[in-house]
Design a binder for this molecule. Structure first.
Ligand SMILES: [Zn+2]
Length: 465
């Protein structure tokens, strides 16, 4: 049997791995590459496999770097089933529709600013019809159920605890009478955080494909970060300022709402207006609300006295661009949560443009800020930054709260790989979805659970198992 790593090799986007037996070609994830425009476009528009020859896709979760190129795969001829958990199917439908819309809007914008000769470079990779059609191929399997897909393939999804619906994929494959097990972690979440259940443990496997995003870091304590959040909002409100929280619409925004709701219930939040400025976040939060029964004990406890742990009095979801723009001229204090998380696009950019030059205001950065993004420049405390082609002096306070990450850190990996080792370990470990130092650190952590030396593959690398 063969694994070919088609993406997320030495980087944290473009998750895509091909598993081949004599009779099967299965794709684990089909994510978008994100980053520099030209390079990502090149990678996203050329599959390293033949989409028409792929029998099925198995999707770990609905973050766009794991599912974002499914419509592209459809456009290139793929028509097989896409297996995932029920919440992942719901969320992916919303995310893919949104991805197609963003591409169309970006292309329209660029076309107005480029010559006709440059037009081809801005064509969307796929459109809304491809996004809609590919979602018809979803076949859901509940967590824990062993699903036979023909005589030689079995799939089981384990809780990954990363976002709603996220799963580790346990894949049993038969070739010439021999069964082998592949375990693909997708993105692993953390232990002991509220909302989602902890990542499940796995039994012995022949091939482990593991992520390693934060294999070289230890996250700060989430409880302390929540108290920091209350302190920052309280202090900014006291001086009449605005709090701008850039946040990804999926996962991060729901976590922030949960923590704000909890602080509200404890009486630790000032009574000021709070806004979520993202129609996408609103739709995704509704899916979270519908799946509350599948969440952890902490959330079930809260539900006994608070039927909606993602909302509280004073919280409003902004819908139209006009409502969003009106916040720019509104007097503080108030809080606004808007995407994107790295401040590169979306409505948050407009909020920053109008808020950064006032020392009363605060920006709270909560996620990983990649190089060359506005979020990274703010995190570096630059005295001025370019926002929407305008140089803005940064007088607002910039705070970083990175302890609410949805990714496992080195301690979580140590625990999870340790438990795997106790259950027989794996034949071969392969570390993907991490940049250089984190990949090396993850490889060291997983080494004692792996019979062979862990591999940090290059894109396109083939591994026999
Ligand atoms: Zn993810």
């Amino acid at each position: 049997m063969k694994l070919t790593v088609l993406g997320a090799a030495g980087e944290v986007t473009g998750s895509q791995h091909l598993i081949e037996t004599a009779s099967r070609r299965l794709l684990l994830d089909c994510g978008f590459f994100q980053g520099h425009r030209a390079e990502s476009r090149e990678k996203n528009s050329h599959f390293l496999c033949h989409p028409k020859e792929v029998d099925a896709v198995i999707l770990s979760h609905a973050h766009i770097d794991h599912c974002g190129n499914l419509p592209g795969l459809y456009k290139a001829g793929f028509r097989g089933p896409i297996f995932c958990t029920p919440p992942t199917a719901e969320i992916a439908e919303v995310m893919l529709r949104d991805a197609a819309k963003i591409q169309r809007e970006d292309a329209d914008y660029l076309r107005r600013h480029l010559s006709p000769a440059q037009d081809r470079a801005v064509e969307p990779l796929y459109d809304e019809t491809h996004a809609k059609a590919v979602c018809e191929l979803f076949e859901t399997i509940p967590y824990g159920k062993l699903e036979e897909v023909g005589k030689d393939v079995r799939i089981r999804f384990l809780e990954a605890g990363h976002i709603l619906g996220s799963a580790m994929v346990e894949l049993d494959l038969e070739e010439q009478g021999v069964w082998k097990r592949v375990l693909f972690t997708g993105d692993i979440g953390r232990r002991g955080l509220p909302i989602l259940r902890d990542p499940q443990l796995s039994e012995r496997c022949d091939l482990l494909i593991t992520e390693g995003t934060y294999g070289n870091r230890i996250h700060p304590d989430a409880g302390e970060q929540q108290q920091e959040l209350a302190r920052i909002i309280g202090q900014t409100a006291a001086r009449g300022g605005r709090v701008i929280i850039p946040a990804f619409a999926l996962g991060r925004t729901q976590n922030i709402l949960y923590y704000l709701n909890d602080l509200h219930n404890q009486g630790k939040l000032p009574r000021i207006p709070m806004y979520v400025d993202s129609p996408l976040s609103r739709e995704l939060t509704q899916i979270y609300m519908r799946h509350q029964h599948e969440m952890d004990v902490a959330l079930q406890r809260i539900r006994q006295t608070d039927e909606n742990p993602f909302s509280f009095p004073g919280l409003q979801f902004i819908r139209t661009p006009q409502e969003s723009a009106s916040l720019n001229h509104r007097e503080g204090p108030f809080v606004v949560v808007a995407s994107s998380g790295m401040c590169e696009s979306g409505r948050v950019v407009h909020h920053l443009k109008h808020a950064l030059d006032d020392e009363k205001n605060t920006v709270i950065l909560m996620g990983f800020q990649a190089q060359h993004t506005l979020g990274r420049r703010l995190q570096e405390k630059r005295s001025s930054v370019m926002v929407l082609n305008k140089l803005v002096t940064v007088r607002a306070e910039i705070e970083s709260l990175t302890g609410l990450s949805a990714h496992a850190d080195a301690d979580d990996f140590r625990w999870w790989f340790g438990e795997l080792a106790k259950r027989g370990g794996c034949g071969q470990a392969v570390v993907v979805h991490s940049e250089e130092p984190a990949a090396e650190a993850t490889a060291q952590l997983v080494a004692h659970a792996s019979d062979e030396l862990p591999i940090i593959p290059k894109r396109g690398q083939r591994i026999e198992f």
